[in-house]
Design a binder for this molecule. Structure first.
Ligand code: ADQ
Length: 489
């Protein structure tokens, strides 16, 4: 049985020095690959004058990391213009922010071809390939063109949009067809799978055939695999020395006040402006609480080269400033907005000290901060999670206070309810949430996806074969190959 080959735009070297990372995908993949015999392939993060195709390879025990540099001239259309200027906004239902540039689409395809050509050269025929996220949708199609017959799976970390929104992308059929080169397409929630299926059936003239979808003369499978945390690790982190230090610093600020925390990349999908306005509504509705709470919003900047992100950052910081200017006194400010990264351990300590975790994205594939907040809580005195109904996590975390992030009143009411919640109710809700966070962890996500990928078989409509019958033994040998004494699961 071959290696597990994980492909993602960015690769994070699995050394302890790279602990502070903003981005759920990198954190999850790092955990998923830990202890497995595998290869992690992606962009090095370096932009060079011209693409050379040279692969930089580095070994970390059982894991090999292989990266390529991208040409400066290719990076802009691929990453900023198409992946983050068109796909990200459309998939997050922000077609008003999407920019469509045919050259950018060509650039996106070009970089996917470069990924495929360099990966194909180091791929063994029996490797199992797992491609991640919207940057690399066409990768399997390019690999197949080069003759790769490996099983190739894809996981979309962000939501799949409703069919009518997907159709606003000028080359939507190309993209959808590219997904059919995968043996298995994984999404975060059943709702996302339903949106994809709706597009395939109604727009692409496809059909359902048992567990498969058929379109473009090809067949694939699409199913939901909700991503989880490396829960055990995160719980342990929340008790580590840096976490305790961060907890103490936070708790000192909360001696006479209840702490509310939010931690999100500065991204318009995270609903930061709406959240701040919900907090302000709470202050207005309950002026007696102004001195009783402190809301800490951690919001590190990302994608600073994309105009929509620069504008968002300016608006969020201005709004936070206005709220404080309106509601502060000489010795008190009700909120603080911090525009920087923290290590995962520090974040765990900060979450643990907060009575309320405020997680209200407008649209989010999953949202791991919601799960991290729960995992970091003190089981004897847990805090309350307020969660947007539009985060994928809400489909698993019904014991949170679920809100519509667009409705300021709902956010304000939930804050009021969370702050006054009895210890019994907090405990009951947290136990329900923690049971799910512990059970549906990143290991379970990885195992269920890979087991399904082993069983799925990409095939053209014409050459479709019956399901292979020796799969259980294949799965056993895959597990044997990927597990060992150091394997966490
Ligand atoms: P993201 O959009 O990055 O991920 P999320 O799932 O919330 O969103 O993960 C963010 C990660 O960054 C968390 O692990 C969090 O701890 C970390 N983080 C947040 N603020 C930080 C800070 N100030 N410093 C350091 N780290 C910080 C995408 C999708 C999500 C999906 C994930 C995983 O958009 O919907 O849940 O992938 O599939």
């Amino acid at each position: 049985m071959g290696r597990l080959v994980v492909v993602s735009n960015r690769v994070v070297a699995p050394d302890p020095g790279s602990a502070a990372q903003a981005g759920g995908l990198a954190v999850a993949l790092k955990a998923a690959l830990r202890g497995r015999e595998g290869l992690w392939f992606g962009w090095s993060g370096a932009r060079v004058d011209a693409f050379t195709g040279e692969v930089h390879r580095q070994r970390y025990d059982a894991l090999e990391v292989a990266t390529i540099d991208l040409a400066e001239a290719d990076f802009e259309p691929y990453y900023n213009s198409y992946a983050n200027g068109a796909l990200w906004p459309v998939f997050h239902a922000r077609i008003d922010l999407a920019t469509y540039d045919p050259d950018a689409y060509d650039g996106y395809r070009k970089v996917n071809r470069q990924f495929a050509e360099t990966l194909a050269a180091i791929l063994a025929p029996d490797d199992l390939v797992w491609v991640h996220d919207y940057h690399l949708i066409p990768l399997a199609q390019e690999l197949r063109r080069l003759g790769a017959r490996n099983r190739i799976g894809f996981f979309l970390h962000i939501p799949f949009p409703p069919a009518q929104l997907f159709c606003t992308l000028p080359r939507h059929r190309d993209l959808a067809e590219a997904l059919f080169s995968y043996d298995l397409v994984g999404m975060q929630t059943p709702d996302c799978v339903a949106e994809f299926e709706d597009y395939v059936l109604r727009e692409a003239g496809g059909r359902r055939d048992g567990q498969r979808l058929r379109a473009f003369g090809l067949a694939t499978r699409a199913a939901a695999y909700p991503i989880g945390l490396d829960t055990e690790d995160f719980v342990a982190l929340s008790r580590s020395a840096p976490a305790v230090k961060a907890y103490d610093r936070m708790a000192a600020r909360g001696v006479f006040r209840q702490l509310i925390v939010g931690a999100d990349r500065m991204d318009y999908s995270k609903g930061l402006e709406e959240r701040l306005r919900g907090f302000e509504r709470f202050l207005r509705a309950h002026p007696e609480m102004i001195r009783e709470v402190l809301y800490l919003q951690i919001a590190p900047s990302t994608r600073g080269e994309v105009a929509a992100y620069q504008e968002l950052r300016n608006r969020v910081l201005a709004l936070a400033g206005r709220i404080n200017a309106t509601w502060s006194d000489i010795d008190h400010a009700p909120m603080q907005c911090v525009n920087r990264n923290y290590s995962r351990a520090e974040l765990a300590g900060i979450y643990r000290a907060a009575r309320v975790g405020l997680v209200t994205p407008l649209r989010d594939g999953m949202n791991l901060v919601a799960k991290e907040y729960v995992a970091a809580q003190d089981p004897r005195d847990p805090g309350v999670l307020i969660l947007s109904r539009f985060a994928g996590a809400a489909q698993q975390m019904s014991d949170a206070l679920i809100v519509n992030p667009y409705a300021r009143d709902e956010v304000a009411d939930a804050l009021w309810r969370a702050i006054g919640m009895s210890a019994d109710e907090r405990l009951r809700r947290w136990e329900g949430l923690m049971t799910g966070v512990a059970r549906d962890d990143v290991g379970a996500w990885c195992d269920t996806f890979l087991a399904a990928l082993e069983m799925a078989r990409q095939s053209s409509a014409e050459t479709d074969k019956p399901e292979r019958t020796f799969l259980p033994s294949l799965r056993r040998s895959w597990r044997a190959a990927t597990s060992g004494p150091s394997q966490p699961r």
